[in-house]
Design a protein around this ligand. Sequence first.
Ligand SMILES: CC(C)(COP(=O)(O)O)[C@@H](O)C(=O)NCCC(=O)O
Ligand SMILES: [K+]
Length: 231
Amino acid sequence: MRLLIDVGNTALKAALCQQGEIKPCDVSALPWRKINELVYASVGKNEQLNGLLAQASAFQVPCFEAKVTKQLSNLSCAYQQFSNLGIDRWLGLIAAFQLWPQQDCIVIDTGTATTIDVLTAQGQHLGGWILPGLDLMTRSLTQNTQRVFDDANTPFANELGVNTPNGLKNGALVATLGAVEQAKLHLTNKKPQLIFAGGYGALLKAQFLDAIYDPQLVMKGLNYWYELSKN
Ligand SMILES: CC(C)(COP(=O)(O)O)[C@@H](O)C(=O)NCCC(=O)O
Ligand SMILES: [K+]
């Protein structure tokens, strides 16, 4: 059994992989005796991760950290300084390339930040953008203005705002949707596969026809990274 750990800036996510099946799990009750290896990716320092690595070594479970490389199988990274690319973005690209081969893809991962990455059918990562996540956008305004306020019960909607919380939330949503539309312009294929992941992935996916929401995209990418890298 393989333990997969994805550390973002907001949350640490864990999953157990057995016979290719990836299931989210709770790190407070791990079957350590059944875990053969721990594979992890982290975009920043994390005390909880350090605790898990310490437990792994206590149970003699080998640990492997995923890193960005310029090339991985036929996938190539757009960044010259490839180690500066967020590992979560690289893992999302690996998963997209494995799951939608020969297809132009746009990978949108909404977490603390919303990242957008453009990938050609040939495995060429063209690059992408880093936006504040939806909550970061709304919080930055409510915390830095006197009269913009939010309302927890107001949904994000792709509509004109007719009150302050609407204007705030819908603005964050349409700014993000607009960036996805802009990403499409960088592909000659007008119907790329849109793949959403992360906290607001389902919300964003619902705004597009034929888009995919895969909450386990980064975890699948982490698993593929390990399979592709260990050989
Ligand atoms: C942009 C990110 C913070 C997103 O991470 P997350 O929202 O999952 O915490 C992460 O991909 C990152 O640290 N990127 C490094 C800079 C770059 O990708 O160019
Ligand atoms: K993330």
